[in-house]
Design a protein around this ligand. Structure first.
Ligand SMILES: Cc1cc2nc3c(=O)[nH]c(=O)nc-3n(C[C@H](O)[C@H](O)[C@H](O)COP(=O)(O)O)c2cc1C
Length: 364
């Protein structure tokens, strides 16, 4: 278990419709003014990171989508401490373009930008923009080259690389990003290929929501592989958080989200992700085992079960930390109000429990 305090990130709602495929009333908005205010609330509340999403089309709701690098910069410009992680799809992005964009943003914002390399799953989206969707493990092979190249460009002069997807010849990026040695690199995806890649190349493995046992199995597999590669990788887990003063209230909100789920949109999303879930050779990628109810939250966030009172949620967060989780990636129904509530009511309890656990350990 890490000795460091567990970290918190929130999903930037830069895509319309919030994070649940439900017709429940949501005060969350995808627009820029809402997002700027949310970012300020979040950094005040104790959130260290915000994660933007990249989506080019809709297909199951999510009708409007702001682009991830541009909105990440806007949020950094509106805040002082928050680090913002821009979601990037190799394919649409060339690594030379991205390395330069991120370096400039790093200089504009005091080195607070990071990237989340996502490998792609949404076939209709790729078709719509005329981008070939590679076979599952090939997507990860390309992503790994993408990450190797980013690291090379950001840290070396006269960088040369001969891969199957990318070539560089004596390339020197100037200026390099402010961060030393370079901006952090996250990866999003949960299949065996995702873990193989993260255990060699990424600084962070971001995964969908799951039960405590499911998360433990992923973390154990990832850490064993990383140790064999002499690589260190941290873990972030998605959770849709519903914190209310009583457990009944929290459960009632979940029940209402599910009761008002938009069956057509959930089915359309389910159709897309079932292909994606079955796409990896083992058929165990994200969403491979998701039920209708799980799919109402885009990234299986109900499964993590951070739903209840502040005390219940804090205890479950500390239990996740005990199995090796370093960061909770959180989604909320009404983002601004609930991020503030989380900072006020849940986070102090997490810190108390962490201190207690550390004291118990050193006494033992
Ligand atoms: C935390 C997290 C964030 C993600 N963000 C995006 C995103 O913004 N855009 C996108 O197209 N896919 C996103 N994905 C999807 C993954 O990149 C990946 O394509 C998907 O999980 C299927 O891969 P798998 O078979 O390895 O699980 C995200 C996944 C996770 C876990």
């Amino acid at each position: 278990m890490s000795q460091e305090p567990i970290k918190f990130a929130y999903w930037v709602p830069n895509v319309s419709g919030g994070l649940v495929v439900s017709k429940i009333e949501q005060r969350t908005s995808w627009d820029i003014d809402y997002n700027r205010e949310l970012a300020r609330i979040a950094e005040k509340a104790g959130f260290e990171y915000a994660l933007s999403q990249i989506r080019f089309t809709a297909g199951y709701g999510a009708e409007y989508q702001h682009e991830s690098v541009a909105i990440s910069h806007a949020l950094l410009a509106s805040t002082e401490k928050l680090r913002v992680i821009a979601a990037i799809l190799p394919g649409p992005w060339h690594p030379a373009v991205l390395a330069k964009q991120i370096s400039t943003i790093s200089h504009l914002t005091g080195g607070r930008i990071a990237v989340n390399i996502v490998s792609g799953w949404f076939r209709s989206e790729f078709t719509a923009i005329g981008e070939p969707l590679l076979e599952h493990d090939e997507r990860y092979r390309r992503s790994e080259e993408f990450i190797e190249v980013l690291k090379g460009i950001w840290t070396q002069d006269d960088f040369s690389y001969r891969g199957d997807f990318y070539r560089f010849h004596n390339y020197s990026l100037k200026p390099k990003p402010l961060q030393q040695p370079r901006p952090e690199i996250f990866q999003g995806g949960s299949s065996r290929a995702a873990r193989d890649m993260a255990s060699r190349a990424a600084d962070w493995y971001f995964t969908n929501g799951n039960s405590l046992e499911g998360i433990k199995a992923e973390v154990d597999d990832l850490r064993a592989k990383a140790a064999a590669n002499n690589h260190k990788v941290k873990v972030g887990v998605n959770a849709f958080i519903i914190a209310r003063d009583t457990e009944e209230e929290a459960r009632a909100v979940l029940a209402e989200i599910l009761a008002k789920a938009d069956p057509e949109a959930v089915r359309a999303f389910g159709h897309e992700v079932r292909q994606a879930g079955a796409a990896s050779p083992e058929g165990e990628g994200n969403w491979a085992k998701s039920t209708f109810e799980d799919l109402v939250q885009y990234n299986d966030g109900f499964k993590t079960n951070l739903i209840g009172t502040p005390q219940q949620i804090a205890e479950r967060i500390v239990a996740l930390k005990a199995v090796g989780v370093d960061l909770i990636l959180s989604g909320f129904l009404h983002f601004q109000e609930e991020v503030a509530y989380f900072g006020e009511k849940v986070l102090p309890l997490v810190r108390e429990l962490e201190t207690k656990r550390t004291a118990e350990k050193s006494a033992a």
